[in-house]
Each structure stands twice: as structure tokens, then as C-alpha cells.
Design a protein around this ligand. Structure first.
Ligand code: SAH
Length: 245
């Protein structure tokens, strides 16, 4: 398995079901990418995954300018789910928001929620673009699960229907420099990380969050981090304390 994976470098996300002997019709964009950009030819081998059925080694059996067909030879990896961790973050500038979802996919999350907070500047995000970034990051990092990106919604609304058995790790910049670390607990399985926007959280938001029984407030050290750095730091911290690292 390992040697097969080493030879085939290109990983492609597809939507169709995957199984031994399954053939896959490529979209125009996929054909352009594989044959136009990556110069692949009939007989070439690539890896494909769909976020549900693991990863397969696939052979190119037809290669046209705008079309192509792959044939699934054998499974190279089973589906590996990330830990049950959600990321809630307030969208910031476009490139930095792209960065956050890309890094979240690489570091490992189960779901991504852009949320509007009191000081969030954007009132819409291109969910489809963010999802495409997540797919690209998953292609690149060898993941087999693709975390869904939800539509932007107000944090308040999300908290109203919050599942009480999911613990929220609230990254609170007002605790900068305090000792408020994430503590390893084995009895909680479902988690979420909450990171605010460039403007931080309002006092009301902070008060409301502090009173919720399922919220743990943490500090990310003695310096104020930018929102995108904070998201990456919190994910790394969570994974090394409670996740699959
Ligand atoms: N403008 C704010 C900082 C916002 S930083 C201020 O000057 O106070 C953006 C987000 O990153 C914050 O809302 C918080 O979720 C997170 N963050 C950054 N630094 C942090 C720290 N040292 N501890 C906890 N969270 C932090």
C-alpha cells in the first residue's frame, strides 16, 4: 500500500462513490487540471478520495481535453475521521479567512462554522469558496475526510441551539498573559474552539459565554495573536492536549 501511495503523487477529490473497479467520469475542470496542467496521460496513476470511502489508487483510462475517465484499482486508505472538534471563527479579511479554513482542514476538524460576532466586519462569506479551499487543503495533506464549511451565522443563534454535551473552548484575549490553560479531560468527547475577530469580543459576549455551563475559557499566552494565528495556535494546542497528535 505504502509503495503505491509513494508512486502516485497527485490526489484528486471526486464526488462519486469509490469502490474497487468503479469508473469515474471526470468533469471538465478535473480533466483540464489532470491532463492540461499536470500533464497526465492514459496509463498514469493518481489517488482519489471523496470524503466518505477512503482513498483509492486510480488509473487514467481516457484522457481528453475536456473529459476523461479513471478506473479505481484498489483502496489505499480507509476513511479516517478527525476527532469530533468544530472550529467557530469570526471571518476576517478574505485571504486570512482562506488561511484559517485551510489550516483547520490540515490540522484536523470535523466541521467549520464561520460566525458573526459583535465586532465581525463581514456580513457574508463565500461558503463555496471556503469549501473549495478546504478540499484543496485536504488533497494536499493526505486527509480522507473533508470537513464541511457551514454558512455564516450569528454566534448568538448558534449558541441558542447549542448541543449541551459539546464543550466550547473560548479563546479570550482579555486573559492575555493569565494562566488559563486547556486541561486534558478524558470524559468529554465533543468539542469546539471559538476564536474572535480582529476587534476581539465585546464585554457582553464575554459575560454571556462565561455563564454558559459548557464553556471553558482559555488564554493563548502572553501576547495578543491575530485571529488567524490564534485559530492555528488553538487547534494545535487542542490536538496536542486532547486530540489525535
Ligand atoms: N483586538 C483585540 C484582539 C483580538 S485577537 C485586542 O486588542 O484585545 C483575535 C482573536 O484571537 C481573539 O478574539 C481571541 O479569540 C484570539 N486571541 C488572540 N490572542 C489571544 C490570547 N493571548 N489569548 C486568548 N485568545 C487570544
Amino acid at each position: 500500500m505504502v509503495s503505491l501511495m509513494r508512486k502516485a503523487k497527485i490526489r484528486l477529490y471526486v464526488e462519486q462513490p469509490l469502490a474497487d473497479g468503479q469508473s469515474l467520469t471526470l468533469s471538465r475542470d478535473q480533466a483540464h487540471y489532470l491532463f492540461g496542467v499536470m500533464r497526465q496521460r492514459v496509463g498514469g496513476q493518481i489517488l482519489v478520495f471523496n470524503g466518505r470511502d477512503g482513498e483509492y489508487l486510480a488509473e487514467i483510462v481516457e484522457a481528453g481535453k475536456r473529459s476523461g475517465v479513471l478506473y479505481c484499482r484498489q483502496q489505499t486508505r480507509v476513511l479516517q475521521m478527525p476527532p469530533d472538534l468544530w472550529l467557530l471563527f469570526a471571518p476576517i479579511k478574505k485571504v486570512r479567512t482562506d488561511f484559517i479554513v485551510e489550516k483547520a482542514a490540515e490540522l484536523g476538524v470535523a466541521r467549520i462554522f464561520p460566525v458573526q460576532t459583535r465586532f465581525t466586519n463581514s456580513d457574508r462569506v463565500r461558503q463555496d469558496r471556503l469549501q473549495a479551499h478546504v478540499i484543496e487543503a485536504t488533497e494536499q495533506c493526505g486527509g480522507t475526510f473533508v470537513p464541511p464549511v457551514e454558512d455564516l451565522q450569528p454566534l448568538d443563534k448558534l449558541l441558542e441551539k447549542w448541543p449541551q454535551d459539546r464543550q466550547v473552548v473560548f479563546c479570550d484575549e482579555s486573559l492575555v498573559g493569565c494562566k488559563a490553560n486547556l486541561i486534558a479531560t478524558s470524559d468529554i468527547q465533543k468539542w469546539a474552539i471559538l476564536v474572535g475577530p480582529e476587534g476581539g469580543f465585546s464585554d457582553e459576549e464575554r459575560k454571556r459565554l462565561a455563564h454558559l455551563p459548557y464553556v471553558t475559557t482559555i488564554s493563548l499566552g502572553p501576547r495578543i495573536l491575530r485571529a488567524d494565528t490564534a485559530a492555528v495556535a488553538a487547534l494545535a494546542l487542542w490536538h496536542s492536549t486532547l486530540g489525535d497528535w
